[in-house]
Design a protein around this ligand. Structure first.
Ligand SMILES: *[C@@H]1O[C@H](CO)[C@@H](O)[C@H](O)[C@H]1NC(C)=O
Ligand SMILES: *[C@@H]1O[C@H](CO)[C@@H](O)[C@H](O)[C@H]1NC(C)=O
Length: 436
């Protein structure tokens, strides 16, 4: 049953794994343990921050049994997950000389991972992942695109390649450092935000070094200066904090947001001047959580009230941080976008978007209203590619949901200051051209 849509059966090296659970919930599982450890024992942190293998092992056990997605031990899997090939050369030639090329650097978790974890772990993801848009699994935890893909398309640049994807990557328009399962809190996940920032610093140094040697570096000095630095991270941290006593949340959120502040400072010190920061989404409206935390208090729209309160409390601190950075770093543009308001709005006003079951999962089991049965993996009931379903797997958005969210995010209507994302890149100016 679980394998109904999960592709052919295994070869010898194939280990069953439902990737999406590993990517958020394994991280959360680790986070729960380690968020407490983090503040106690630096040596414990080192032990956890070994490598991806640790997390895969945890995840494999947490989902032992069947699954729609597998982990392959061998390196040959890397080729199989290779994401979309870069756009043809003519795309670059079309850009006018006067306009500097679009360059983006993205830091985040599974919500903006475009294949990083798949490449790093040599994970061979199986259909129906990717079935709606790319028509094959690309390493994204979705049936199609994630928000950053829509952003790239709207800026008329090719998809942002993962930093760790060695095969077929083109970094001329920047790098995606996002890795599924990542946290802000360092030491909790292998590719926590501070590691992603270190990777950026390494990438920048190496790129400029190549150019200095007269070789072709992917991004030049001007490219780094005009680039947009984007963050969409914190979901796994907030989810982890939910498992600690509520009187500690405030302190923990302050620590997490403090680490985002450190990341922004390091990027600024390394020349970043344009920041686009997403808050966390409506955690309490994720079907996987709504179904599993039955004891929780549900709001008028069926979402978990306490999870959403936590997400909003976290976002408030993040928004305040952006205000503070904007005041302090006068030559920087810092835009905060309220992803909670965007995603909660989809649930609260679902009929407006033609969504019948706002808390329903596309790839799941059991049918409406949730199509999600805890412990039961695979797509026993898979929605049609054209159906307006927000959640792909109970945790991550569908191509449809991400497209809708990206449109709202880029509009500037949920942003502070209220600027369109595209205005930060137009003409390469360091300040947005229109502030309303
Ligand atoms: C996973 O489970 C197997 C048997 O169920 C056990 O031998 C192994 O030690 C477990 N691994 C981890 C990392 O817990
Ligand atoms: C739902 O839509 C109405 C009308 O557009 C708007 O005023 C309201 O804020 C929306 N609710 C949410 C939670 O976004």
């Amino acid at each position: 049953m679980a394998m109904a849509a999960g592709g052919p059966n295994s070869g010898a090296k194939v280990v069953s794994l439902r990737l999406q659970y590993y990517c958020v919930f394994a991280a959360v599982g680790v986070a729960v343990i380690v968020l407490s450890l983090t503040f106690l024992s630096p040596s414990a942190m080192g032990a956890v921050r070994q490598n991806l293998g640790t997390v895969v092992a945890v995840a494999t056990n947490s989902s032992s049994g069947d699954g729609a997605v597998r982990v392959v031990g061998g390196g040959e899997a890397v080729a199989a997950v290779a994401a979309a090939k870069p756009e043809p050369e003519k795309e670059k030639r079309k850009q006018k000389k006067a306009e500097p090329p679009v360059v983006l650097f993205n830091f985040g978790d599974s919500n903006s991972d475009t294949g990083g974890v798949a490449a790093a772990g040599g994970i061979h993801i199986m259909p129906p992942e990717g079935r709606t848009y790319f028509r094959r699994p690309t390493g994204r935890l979705s049936d199609g695109r994630v928000i950053i893909d829509f952003i790239c398309a709207s800026l008329k640049t090719h998809e942002l390649n993962p930093y760790l994807k060695a095969v077929g990557s083109d970094y001329s328009n920047g790098v995606n450092f996002a890795m599924a399962g990542s946290t802000v809190s360092h030491g909790v996940s292998p590719y926590s935000l501070n590691v992603q920032v270190d990777q950026f610093v390494y990438f920048k140094r190496r790129s400029l070094e190549l150019i200095e040697l007269g070789l072709k570096g992917p991004v030049n000095k001007e490219g780094f200066e005009n680039a947009l630095y984007m963050m969409d991270v914190g979901h796994n941290d907030v989810a982890g904090v939910m498992h600690t006593p509520s009187d500690q949340w405030d302190k923990k959120f302050r620590q997490i947001v403090g680490e985002i502040g450190d990341a922004i400072r390091i990027l600024y010190d390394n020349g970043a001047r344009k920041f686009w920061i997403h808050g966390t989404g409506a955690l309490g409206c994720l079907p996987a959580l709504v179904v599993q935390e039955k004891g929780g208090e549900h709001d008028a729209h069926g979402c978990l009230a306490s999870h959403n309160r936590a997400a909003q409390a976290f976002n408030k601190k993040l928004s305040d941080l952006c205000d503070e950075v904007r005041l302090r770093l006068k030559d920087a543009t810092v835009v905060y976008t309220d992803m909670f308001a965007i995603k909660y709005g989809f649930v609260a006003n679902h009929t407006k978007y033609g969504i019948e079951w706002p808390l329903m999962v596309c790839c799941g089991n059991g049918g409406p209203p949730y199509n999600f049965m805890p412990g039961k993996f695979g797509c026993g009931d898979l929605c049609g590619p054209e159906e307006k379903v927000l959640s792909w797997d109970g945790v991550h958005f569908t191509d449809f949901g991400s497209g809708l969210a990206a449109k709202h995010a880029m509009s500037g209507e949920y942003s502070k200051p209220r600027v369109k994302l595209a205005s930060l890149l137009n003409g390469g100016s360091k300040k947005p051209s229109s502030v309303s």
